[in-house]
Design a binder for this molecule. Sequence first.
Ligand code: TMP
Length: 202
Amino acid sequence: MFITFEGPEGSGKSTQIKMLLERLKQEKIPYTKTFEPGGTPLGQEIRKLLLHRPEPMAERAELFLYAADRAEHVKTVIKPALERGEVVICDRYYHSTMAYQGYGRGISLELIRNIMDIAISDAEPERVFLIDVPVEEGFKRIKTSGRDKDRIESEALSFHQRLREGYLEMAQKEEERFLVLDGTRSPEEIHEKIWDEVKRCL
Ligand code: TMP
């Protein structure tokens, strides 16, 4: 089973992933937890280019770097884990590209979908947990955490608002795959909804 977590900045994805992993551990269900960008040694290099290089980057160069990270990740981490029969939990996947590079940057969704098809070679997530949070709320949380913003987080509020709307639109279009969770609810409440859904699918 292949599960991805998606959401705008500061949505609380990491907390939810941690809680789900604890639950899987308790139930002795084998899993692989991974993330994008950066879930492989090559991906770590690509992540640095994407997030920590201060110079501007052409939109399509950014798109191809995310795609390259993903192609390596699918081949060396995701597919092998799925073949071993593990539950794969991935923090961000191609719906992030649709949201950020598509709805956010304005690259055609059709073009992105074609590039994604090449990068993922049929590794489609079965469930996408979208943790939705108002953009202002997400950024308040990042500010409280005291860490510096990376290149993408530093984009204008309007960019982040577009991608949040994009996520919600994709969730509507792919109802059977997405579960939208209200990220302003308590972590426990969100976790129970996620766990009910994972149990149902397992
Ligand atoms: P994160 O590891 O903190 O989630 O950071 C990854 C950043 O990269 C986040 O701002 C979202 C962005 N991103 C894209 O723009 N496109 C993508 O395809 C992915 C996977 C992430």
